[in-house]
Design a protein around this ligand. Structure first.
Ligand SMILES: C[S@@+](CC[C@H](N)C(=O)[O-])C[C@H]1O[C@@H](n2cnc3c(N)ncnc32)[C@H](O)[C@@H]1O
Length: 283
C-alpha cells in the first residue's frame, strides 16, 4: 500500500512510469464544501479543465483495458461524460448509486442518487467479473432466487454514510463523536468496484483518497493500491486505518452476499482459517 501526501496532479505528472489497472475517482464536487486544502468554489470552466487533465494523466498510466469509476453529482452527468470522452476514455456504464436513506431537497423531485461513470482504456475491459448477489426478492415475489441475481447498473443496496445516526459504526469519528470526513465512501461501494474490475495483485489508484476507503478494501482483496491525499490529517488517518482493521471495515461481512458469483474464490482470496473466524464473528 502506497499512501502519498500531496497534490494528485503533481503526483500524476511526476509518475509517468506507473502502471495502473483500476482507478476510483471521487474528487471534491465543487459544491462549496469546507475542505482545508481545496477551493471547492472554483469557476465551472476551471474545475472541469482541472478534472480533464487528471483524467488524461490517469489514462496515460492505465494499462490497456484498465478501468476507471468516476463518481459525481447527477446534475453534472453531462460534464462527466464529456470530460471522459475528451481525455480518451471509452464509456461503458452510467451507474446509479441510489441512496438508501437521504435525499437532497430540491424544488422538484428530491434527489436520491449519485452517478458513477464506468469507462475503460481502449475498446474492451481487460477484466470484468460478473457479480451475483443474494438480494432479497421484492415483496410477494413468486419465486425464491436460488442463484441470487446479477448486479446491474442500479446500485440500491449500498447504504451511504450520511451524518448523524444513519452513519453507523463505519463512519470514522473524533473523540467528540463527530464525523472526521463527511465524504467518507462506504466500503461496500469499493468492494463492488474492485471485485468487478480487477484481479488479485492488480494496482488500484485513488487520487483523492480521503479516509482511504479504496486502500482499506484493496488490501483485504490482495490488490496493490496507491492513494494520494492533500490533507496531512487525512494521510495520518489512512495510515492508522490501514494498520488497525476495524470490525466495521472488515469486508468479510459481505462475503455471503456475493456467494453466488461464479469465480468468487479467484477474485476474492480468503484465507480459510481467517474467513471462518471472521464469518462466525459476523453472523
Ligand atoms: C470526496 S473526498 C474523497 C473521499 C474518499 N472517497 C473516502 O472514502 O474518504 C475528496 C478528497 O480529496 C482531497 N483533495 C482535494 N484536492 C486534492 C488534490 N489536489 N490532490 C489530492 N487530494 C485532494 C480532499 O482533501 C478530500 O479528502
Amino acid at each position: 500500500m502506497e499512501v502519498v501526501w500531496g497534490d494528485c496532479v503533481e503526483w500524476l505528472r511526476a509518475n509517468r512510469e506507473k502502471r495502473i489497472h483500476l482507478t476510483f475517482l471521487d474528487p471534491p464536487f465543487r459544491q462549496g464544501k469546507n475542505y482545508r486544502y481545496f477551493n471547492d468554489n472554483m469557476p465551472e470552466w476551471e474545475y472541469w479543465k482541472w478534472i480533464e487533465e487528471i483524467l488524461s494523466l490517469i489514462h496515460d498510466i492505465t494499462v490497456k483495458g484498465g478501468a476507471i469509476y468516476f463518481m459525481h453529482r447527477e446534475k453534472n452527468t453531462e460534464f462527466v461524460l464529456r470530460a471522459l470522452r475528451e481525455s480518451g476514455w471509452n464509456f461503458k456504464n452510467l451507474i446509479i448509486w441510489k441512496k438508501k436513506t437521504s435525499a437532497v431537497p430540491y424544488p422538484y423531485f428530491s434527489k436520491q442518487y449519485q452517478i458513477i461513470a464506468f469507462a475503460v482504456k481502449g475498446e474492451r475491459a481487460r477484466v470484468f467479473n460478473k457479480l451475483r448477489v443474494d438480494a432479497p426478492p421484492p415483496p410477494e415475489y413468486k419465486y425464491t432466487r436460488k442463484n441470487g441475481i446479477f448486479v446491474t447498473d442500479v446500485w440500491d443496496d449500498i447504504r451511504e454514510l450520511t451524518s448523524g445516526y444513519f452513519a453507523g459504526e463505519e463512519a470514522l469519528r473524533d473523540a467528540k463523536g463527530n464525523r472526521i470526513h463527511t465524504q467518507q465512501t462506504p466500503i461496500a461501494l469499493l468492494l463492488r468496484i474492485i471485485l468487478a474490475s480487477s484481479l488479485p495483485n492488480d494496482t488500484i489508484l485513488d487520487p483523492f483518497a480521503g479516509t482511504g476507503t479504496t486502500l482499506v478494501v484493496a488490501k483485504q482483496l490482495k490488490r496493490n493500491a496507491i492513494g494520494i491525499e492533500i490533507d496531512p490529517e487525512y494521510v495520518e488517518l489512512i495510515k492508522w486505518r490501514l494498520s488497525n482493521l476495524r470490525a466495521a471495515d472488515n469486508i468479510m461481512r459481505y462475503y455471503d452476499y456475493y456467494r453466488f458469483t461464479e469465480n468468487l474464490e479467484k477474485i476474492w482470496p480468503v484465507e480459510r482459517r481467517f474467513s471462518q473466524k471472521t464469518l462466525e464473528e459476523n453472523v
